[in-house]
Ligand binder design. Structure first.
Ligand code: FES
Ligand code: FES
Length: 194
C-alpha cells in the first residue's frame, strides 16, 4: 500500500508517496532525485549510503523512508553553502582523500558528524569514527589526513571568528560618537538591511 509522507531533506520539504518497505536510500534517490547517497552493499556494511538523520550518521539502505519522516535528513547535496564547499569537502579535495568517489559522500557526512562531536580527534579516533565506511581505493591514509586538515581548518575559522568578535568596535551606543552611530545605522558591519 502506498502512503504519502513528507521528508525534510537539507531543510526542504519533499512530499512523496512510498510503500511501507521503501528504503530511505531509494526514496532519496528515486523520489527526491538526490543521488549523492550511493548504494554499495545494501546490507549496512559499506557506508556508501550514509546520510545524517537528526545529525547522526545512518546507513540509509537499512532505514525505512517512513521512519525518517519528521526528522532532519542531511545528504551530501546539503552540506555546502551554495558554491562554497564545506571545510570537510574542501579538505577531502586538498588532501587527496578520494579517488573513484563512491565512498566519498558517506565518508564526508560521517566525518562531519564526527567533527561536530569532537573538534580535535586523534588519528585513531578518526579511524574509529570512520570504521563503518569502507573505501576500496585510497587505503584510508589520505582520508584520515583529510579529516585532520578539516579539523584544523574548522578550528582556525572558529578562532578567527572569536578574534573578530573580540576586536569589534564597542557597539555600546554610550561609547559611540555621533558619526559612528550614523554610519552604521545601528547595524553590525556586514549585516544586510531588512
Ligand atoms: S549500501 Fe548501505 S551500507 Fe552499503
Ligand atoms: S574513493 Fe573509491 S571507494 Fe573510496
Amino acid at each position: 500500500m502506498r502512503t504519502l509522507i513528507e521528508l525534510t531533506v537539507n531543510g526542504q520539504p519533499y512530499p512523496i508517496d512510498v510503500e511501507g518497505r521503501t528504503r530511505l536510500l531509494d526514496a532519496l534517490r528515486e523520489k527526491c532525485f538526490l543521488t549523492g547517497a550511493k548504494e554499495g552493499c545494501s546490507t549496512g556494511d559499506c557506508g556508501a549510503c550514509t546520510v545524517l538523520l537528526d545529525g547522526q550518521p545512518v546507513t540509509s539502505c537499512l532505514v525505512l523512508a517512513s521512519s525518517a519522516a519528521g526528522k532532519e535528513i542531511t545528504t551530501i547535496e546539503g552540506v555546502s553553502a551554495g558554491e562554497v564547499l564545506h571545510p570537510v569537502q574542501q579538505a577531502f579535495m586538498s588532501a587527496g582523500g578520494l579517488q573513484c568517489g563512491i565512498c566519498t559522500p558517506g565518508m564526508i557526512l560521517t566525518s562531519i558528524a564526527l567533527l561536530n562531536e569532537n573538534r580535535n580527534p586523534t588519528r585513531d579516533q578518526i579511524r574509529f569514527g570512520l570504521q563503518g565506511n569502507l573505501c576500496r581505493c585510497t587505503g584510508y591514509g589520505k582520508i584520515v589526513d583529510a579529516v585532520e586538515v578539516a579539523a584544523k581548518d574548522m578550528a582556525t575559522r572558529e578562532n578567527g571568528h572569536h578574534m573578530e568578535v573580540k576586536t569589534e568596535p564597542d557597539t555600546n551606543p554610550a561609547m559611540a560618537g555621533p558619526a559612528q552611530a550614523d554610519a552604521t545605522g545601528g547595524q553590525a558591519p556586514g549585516e544586510k538591511g531588512r
